[in-house]
Design a protein around this ligand. Structure first.
Ligand code: RB5
Length: 142
């Protein structure tokens, strides 16, 4: 299950990604917000996605705000959340392989849809490497 949310700054890119994933028949839910016209508070939308992915190994999240940074900060305050802002497919691949990231954060105001979609596809298809050095480092988060 993919859980996507955006604030007003991430609305345009978030909705384009959501539509694309619906078109691709991916199992996705949108958790708001639904306009770029009203100023919203990104921690509220981060929380909605966090609650969906926090304790489910098979669930992932996508959070889009203006920079991706605020969403990432808000998400990472929660246990079992490993959120990463990714600006290219290499970062998306490594965020999954090395960091077992379960939430992808994207900068809606600074990224074109084609790049965001390529990054999202990479994030969704890449698995955690399970290498012991990475497992050990993630356990040190506790
Ligand atoms: C909203 O103006 C903006 O601050 C937000 O979308 C995000 O970029 C925060 O990190």
């Amino acid at each position: 299950m993919i859980n996507l949310a955006n604030d007003h700054g991430g609305y345009s890119l978030g909705m384009k990604l959501f539509s694309k994933m619906v078109e691709k028949k991916l199992h996705i839910r949108h958790h708001g917000c639904c306009s770029s016209d009203i100023s919203t508070d990104y921690p509220l939308f981060a929380k909605r996605v966090v609650e969906e992915v926090q304790f489910l190994n098979y669930a992932v999240g996508i959070l889009v705000c203006g920079t991706g940074i605020g969403m990432c900060m808000a998400a990472n305050r929660n246990s079992n959340v490993r959120a990463a802002v990714c600006h290219n497919i290499t970062e998306a691949k490594l965020a999954r392989e090395h960091n077992n990231a379960n939430i992808l954060c994207l900068p809606g105001r600074f990224m074109e849809f084609d790049d965001a979609w390529a990054i999202t596809k990479t994030f969704l298809k890449t698995k955690f490497s399970e290498e012991s050095r990475h497992v050990k480092r993630l356990e040190m988060f506790q």
